[in-house]
Design a protein around this ligand. Structure first.
Ligand code: URP
Ligand code: ZN
Ligand code: ZN
Length: 470
């Protein structure tokens, strides 16, 4: 089956140009000057012609931070791989990298097998895994080498959540030393969890149990401190480090300093930190703020009004936008913490809206069109060893292609989203653009506001090493 995409503007990380894209089977086979191919399918030799007049033709989005079915606080993130990857497709994301989970005392291999069994045959789009190392011990460290050989080339460590996922500085150093040796990338949740737990306990003892105290007891300084500590440990180990879900200006400053000094320090941020804040959202009346409980927490307006994170995205101190998609319903899930914020499961769902929310940054003049493509697709592919199979419209790459319509609008609402959530963190937002058509490996998944995909179309991706480190 061949498809010709005509009359569109192809956008890459480095520029935009009018071009025709020819897809054969699952791959892109040619990117041609306009007019190179005849207009009609029969004449052009293509089985099908898609008219992209007025639309941007961009590489499918790559969300390198999702948590389908994550166990957290006695419950599980509400999206299965089937539901979550279908929602991703609706939003123009054609690859996810999810986090397999290992905790203290668990066998890394068993945990990875479990994650494969959750995802296999279920996904609408391609998927890969990072490995959460919640229990760094000799066995886990040894297993890191074999995982790298199997395409799991990045590992997440936590400086937060003592007793659950937490690693102490010695464990972090040892994992970083291993990564320095086998070429893996350590991704870091940087918050000082030991200090935060003290603050949270003190707040609860004072009767401060509303959702907003989740944010108040996780000060931005504690993210800045942990970010600095992780950078110093990485420098001692001679390893690169990648900060997930960076939210605080103090953390961004530490990343920028390290990068200016020439170190392999990278960071991502997420739409929730660009758009939402502690006062209006986490501090919403009643229990509504629970829907905005995530870690790191939403930051105060004082923090967000400087637009530091948008600036970081422009300067490349923030290289990637991922979602940290970790949805929970209000009913029976967020409600677990109605009497105590510490029992609210942490996470916000957003895999469906990342491409739109960051395109809105283009519409608002915060980012260029090219930078949108770079932060949402090309850099995630390069950072996590998927390039050039993913992240670019070029001959030989997978035909993961999104047609984006800058003249249409997207209304975000719980009534129309496709995630398994009974609320939307972005309820009522209108985006000045719209995902029009989504193709994954040559197959059209979304067209005319209709889903044409199926579970099992998405396959597991063995990743290579980060191209930023070679
Ligand atoms: O609140 C969050 N971020 N939940 C998911 C787990 C994590 O730390 O990424
Ligand atoms: Zn995290
Ligand atoms: Zn996460």
């Amino acid at each position: 089956m061949t498809t010709l995409i005509k009359n569109g503007t192809v956008v890459s990380a480095t520029g935009r140009h009018a071009a025709e894209v020819l897809v054969d089977g699952t791959s892109i086979v040619a990117v041609m000057a306009p007019g190179s191919a005849p207009a009609q399918a029969a004449e052009s030799g293509a089985d099908r012609v898609i008219d992209a007049t007025g639309k941007y033709v961009v590489p499918g989005g790559i969300d390198c931070h999702t948590h389908m079915e994550l166990p957290f606080g006695g419950t599980f993130a509400s999206d299965t791989f089937e539901i979550g990857t279908r929602a991703a497709a609706w939003g123009g994301t054609t690859t996810i990298i999810d986090f397999a989970v290992q905790k203290t005392g668990e066998n890394v291999r068993d945990c990875l097998d479990l994650w494969h069994s959750k995802a296999e045959g279920e996904c609408a789009v391609d998927y890969a895994f990072h490995m959460i190392m919640g229990g760094v011990d000799d066995a886990a460290l040894k297993e890191m080498d074999s995982l790298v050989d199997e395409g799991i080339t990045s590992f997440k460590l936590f400086m937060a959540y003592p007793g659950v996922f937490y690693s102490d500085d010695g464990q972090i150093l040892r994992a970083m030393q291993k990564a320095a040796n086998n070429g893996a990338l350590i991704t870091m949740h940087a918050e000082n969890g030991i200090a935060i737990d003290v603050l949270a306990e003190q707040a609860a003892a004072r009767g401060q149990t509303d959702p907003v105290y989740h944010g108040i007891t996780r000060p931005s300084r504690m993210e800045g401190e942990a970010t600095n500590r992780a950078i110093q440990l990485a420098l001692v180990a001679g390893a690169p480090v990648y900060f997930v879900h960076l939210s605080a200006s103090e953390a961004l400053e530490r990343v920028a300093e390290a990068r200016d000094a020439g170190h392999n320090v990278f960071a991502e941020t997420c739409p929730q930190y660009l758009y939402l804040n502690l006062e209006d959202h986490l501090g919403a009346p009643g229990f509504a703020g629970a829907g905005y409980v995530c870690s790191p927490p939403l930051r105060t307006k004082e923090h967000t009004h400087h637009n530091d994170l948008w600036r970081g995205l422009r300067t490349n101190d923030l290289a990637i936008v991922a979602t940290d998609h970790c949805p929970f319903c209000m009913k029976d899930q967020k409600e677990l913490g109605k009497d105590d914020f510490r029992a609210i499961p942490n996470g916000i769902g957003g895999v469906e809206h990342r491409m739109d929310l960051i395109y809105q940054g283009v519409a608002m003049g915060e980012l260029s069109l090219e930078r949108w493509v770079e932060t949402c697709s090309t850099t995630p592919a390069r950072m996590f060893g998927l390039y050039p199979q993913k992240g670019v419209i070029a001959p030989g790459s997978d035909a993961d292609i999104v047609l984006y319509d800058p003249m249409a609008k997207t209304e975000i609402s719980v009534d129309t989203h496709h995630m398994s959530m009974d609320y939307s963190a972005y309820e009522g937002y209108t985006i000045d653009g719209k995902v029009d058509t989504v193709m994954s490996k040559g197959r059209v998944l979304i067209e005319d506001d209709t889903y044409h995909g199926e579970k099992g179309h998405g396959a597991y991706l063995r990743r290579g090493l980060s191209t930023y480190l070679q």
